[in-house]
Design a protein around this ligand. Structure first.
Ligand code: CMC
Length: 430
């Protein structure tokens, strides 16, 4: 018999069904609570609320498990590639060789954005934040593909929209960098793989030669794989929320970019580097920094530490830590920021405050240092996160749109404002 939860409200007893996931997580289904009892639940920040049932990604934050469509992140990180993972997330299964070849071909075909879009770039000042450009540009791309701005897609349209978004993400990111630096745009090279081509568009121009290093390609591909999806995080929930109104994929993804921008989410990788720079240039000691992070009168936090769901370790951080060591040793690089990061990690991990609150380095702690070694400027770090997260956003959009029972997301609230009062004309207000 399926489990039921009993609640007594104002002396009356109510029963609520329990939904069980494939990994045995249990959720009390309160969808009829208000209709039956007049009450709603309250859960600031949705810390304890399941907003959907999903088949895409599984996380167990207590034991540090992350799986895409059932595949452990450690295996995907070691054996797969970003485009293969993108196919897996957006289609549900790993592709055959022929399917992967076709997927790569399609992404490559749509990587060059419409030539007229260079006028959009011309309209932005060179000081524009790359995330602002990225968000605006995803909506702009859809202006050139009106057939993809419908609220429903057939299989072929979905595949085209997916390929266009994955391709456009790399081109827009690279052009944003060029725009900021006043360098000419470099067209996509269809003979190159996804990451190679991105590095080519980013760092090559008629005046600059850039040799694509396979180690760097491997490291960036890994960063994209590790960021490809992460269950109901802030940006993905935003994408699902927008999708629930039947908005098209481009509009939904553009809103995801905006949500990702914040320093508590995707902007954390930028914040980590800014903090390391601050420590480096100010001569602040690691101990002073940790003391400040623990001081409740200061709003200083150790960026790159802590996570809403991982309360033991972030498996992505463990993988990236190893990749970070590898990149620095293979490329024979030294970085004072890496030395500071390692000391910070050591001190924080042995400090009672961090141990008690289960605050461990998260994925952003190492990804920024690797991206810095690759030559990606700090204000582009969150853009890299957005490229990586694209398959997850697309997969979640699809899940919402293909669910015949999907309803518009519309949370309730507990109103705490003034009760009813009468309008007072301006000249009578005190
Ligand atoms: N430095 C110092 N103290 C911290 C930190 C930190 N980085 N993170 C949490 N705490 C403390 C917090 O002050 C609170 O202490 P107390 O219980 O004494 O009031 C306690 O730990 C719990 O923190 P919380 O803010 O309630 O936890 P949360 O689950 O709401 O927030 C978080 C998670 C990631 C927003 C937070 O840990 C944080 O701000 N970290 C720094 C920013 C960061 O690295 N963000 C990237 C997240 S990973 C990328 C992604 O998946 O989006």
């Amino acid at each position: 018999m399926s489990e039921k939860i009993k609640a007594t409200i104002n002396g009356s007893e109510f029963e609520f069904p329990v939904i069980e996931g494939t990994e045995n997580e249990k959720a009390i289904d309160i969808s009829k609570l208000r209709a039956r009892t007049g009450h709603i639940t309250y859960d600031d920040g949705f810390k304890n609320t399941g907003s959907c049932q999903s088949e895409i990604t599984f996380i167990d934050g207590e034991t540090g498990i992350l799986r895409y469509r059932g595949y452990p992140i450690e295996e995907l990180a070691e054996k797969s590639t970003f485009l293969e993972v993108a196919y897996l997330l957006t289609n549900g299964e790993l592709p055959s060789t022929a399917q992967l070849d076709e997927f790569r071909r399609e992404v490559s075909e749509y990587t060059p954005i419409h030539h007229d879009m260079r006028h959009h770039f011309a309209g932005f000042p060179s000081t524009a934040h790359p995330m602002a450009i990225l968000s605006a540009m995803f909506n702009a791309v859809s202006c050139y593909t009106p057939h993809l701005t419908e609220s429903t897609y057939d299989k072929q349209s979905f595949e085209e929209a997916t390929a266009r978004l994955l391709g456009a993400a790399s081109t827009i990111a690279a052009y944003t960098f060029k725009k900021a630096n006043g360098r000419p745009f470099t067209f996509s090279n269809p003979r190159l793989g996804y990451v190679e081509n991105f590095l080519h568009m980013m760092f090559t121009d008629p005046y600059t030669e850039y040799e694509i290093d396979p180690e760097i390609v491997k490291a960036l591909d890994l960063i994209f794989v590790l960021h490809a999806d992460h269950e109901q995080n802030c940006s993905t929930s935003t994408v699902r929320m927008v999708a629930s109104s039947r908005a098209n994929l481009f509009a939904s993804v553009a809103s995801g970019v905006s949500a990702l921008w914040g320093p508590l989410h995707g902007g954390a990788n930028t914040a980590v580097l800014k903090q390391l720079k601050q420590i480096h240039t100010s001569g602040m000691t690691i101990e002073e920094c940790v003391r400040l992070a623990k001081d409740k009168d200061s709003d200083f936090r150790l960026m790159g530490f802590g996570h809403r769901v991982y309360k033991n370790f972030d498996p992505r951080a463990n993988i990236l830590k190893k990749a970070c060591d590898r990149v620095f040793s293979v490329l024979n690089k030294k970085d004072p920021y890496l030395d500071i990061a390692k000391k910070l990690e050591e001190v924080a991990l042995t400090d009672e405050y961090f141990i008690e609150r289960k605050l461990y380095p998260n994925v952003d702690f190492y990804s920024g240092i690797i991206m810095r070694a690759i030559g990606i400027p700090v204000n582009m770090f969150t853009v890299m996160f957005a490229i990586g997260r694209m398959p997850g956003w697309i997969a979640n959009w699809r899940e919402v749109r293909e669910n015949p029972d999907s309803v518009i997301y519309r949370p309730r609230q507990v109103y705490q404002g003034p009760t009813c009062r009468s309008y007072v004309p301006a000249d009578k207000r005190g």
